[in-house]
Design a protein around this ligand. Structure first.
Ligand SMILES: C[S@@+](CC[C@H](N)C(=O)[O-])C[C@H]1O[C@@H](n2cnc3c(N)ncnc32)[C@H](O)[C@@H]1O
Length: 332
């Protein structure tokens, strides 16, 4: 294992990418700043649109250069630049395999528009005829197995759809009418209705799905915007080599500490398969009522809706707001 892997390198990712040997990386996961005015500690997230796009072109070109011909590039991005960065990545030579919509809970409630509850995850490859896609590593139980006790169910489950929900057992509470990801079941063949004619720290389970499906043990996973080092932590747990770039010295330090606390083979945080390993909210213990009681004591003005998750308050500097809260301020 080369010494220069398995660390977070402090500095600008464009320069760091250029120093990597060409065709040396197996998988890149990038969650860049969304250019929405989010308050990072050193990076200023408010470039002019043409500057942001020119900069995005630079680092995506760097990613393309660093990836092996069999390599994969996942890009997490918000609504504001999703369309532009998809087209730009394709211009640079990537093929888009899937456009995954990640539906999340704990976004912020907006008063004058639909509350944002999703991000875009683009799955790009260099060569669609020669790339890693380990379907057996990411199968989930099917409705036939879980709900219908249907003998025709494939015992090893099915592939996830391209709308990712981390706690699907909470769909009933999650897809609220005022949010901008709306859930309607497809009118399937068996339905009566059928007439004959779909704060920046990423969840480990989300990265787990990406890393398991698009890389193999011992390969190199790169995150040019390491942030809190989630990608690298998950890569380490899943026995991949990893490399992160990050502008902020403080994030590098804290990310490195987070990395030091985990070992290859450790389990990922979060429920590995929420449908079967966790109760739905109605049947779970209500932390909300516990938290609400504490908040009444700590801060009588703070409601559950505007509470900021602890993970997003951890930074040294910054507004302490999640990325979706910044979006609300900008676009409401
Ligand atoms: C959205 S966050 C990444 C969050 C990360 N996915 C996680 O799970 O914690 C983007 C990060 O990119 C960093 N950043 C911004 N510009 C950079 C650059 N040119 N090179 C390296 N890192 C940069 C910011 O400091 C910030 O930590």
């Amino acid at each position: 294992m080369p010494r220069e892997f398995n660390q977070i390198v402090q500095g600008d990712c464009v320069a760091s990418l250029a120093q990597l040997p060409e065709s040396s990386v197996d998988l890149v996961f990038a969650d860049p700043p969304f250019n929405i005015g989010y308050d990072y500690d050193v990076y200023k997230d408010r470039k002019k649109p043409n500057e942001y796009l020119a900069w995005s072109r630079q680092w995506i070109k760097g990613v393309r250069r660093a990836l092996k011909p069999t390599g994969t590039f996942w890009l997490a991005i918000g609504d504001e630049y999703a369309a532009e960065l998809k087209v730009l990545s394709q211009e640079i030579g990537f093929t888009c395999r899937s456009w995954v919509v990640w539906y999340y809970t704990f976004g912020v409630n907006c008063k004058y528009k639909f509350s944002r509850s999703h991000a875009h995850l683009f799955h790009f490859v260099v060569d669609p005829t020669n790339c890693t896609f380990n379907t057996e590593a990411i199968r989930v139980p099917s409705a036939r197995q879980l709900v219908y006790a249907d003998n025709r169910a494939n015992p090893v489950g099915r592939l996830p759809d391209d709308t990712w929900i981390l706690r699907p057992q909470d769909c009933v509470d999650g897809f609220q009418a005022e949010e901008d990801t709306w859930y309607f079941p497809r009118v399937a063949g068996t339905f009566k209705e059928r007439a004959g004619f779909h704060g920046c720290q990423m969840p480990e389970q989300l990265l787990g799905r990406i890393i398991r499906s698009c890389s193999n043990a011992g390969e190199l996973v790169l995150d040019p915007f390491s942030g809190s080092a989630t990608t690298l932590v998950v890569a380490k747990k899943l026995e991949r080599n990893y490399l992160g770039f990050e502008l902020s010295e403080d994030y590098v330090k804290r990310g490195t500490e987070r990395l030091q606390k985990v070992q290859p083979g450790d389990r990922l945080e979060g429920a590995p398969e929420p449908l079967v390993s966790a109760p739905n909210t109605a049947n779970g213990k209500s932390l909300a009522s516990k938290v609400r009681k504490k908040k009444v004591v700590a801060n009588p003005d703070q409601t559950e809706e505007n509470a900021t998750p602890a993970s997003q308050r951890a930074g040294k500097k910054g507004s302490g707001k999640s990325r979706s809260e910044s979006q609300q301020n900008l676009f409401e």
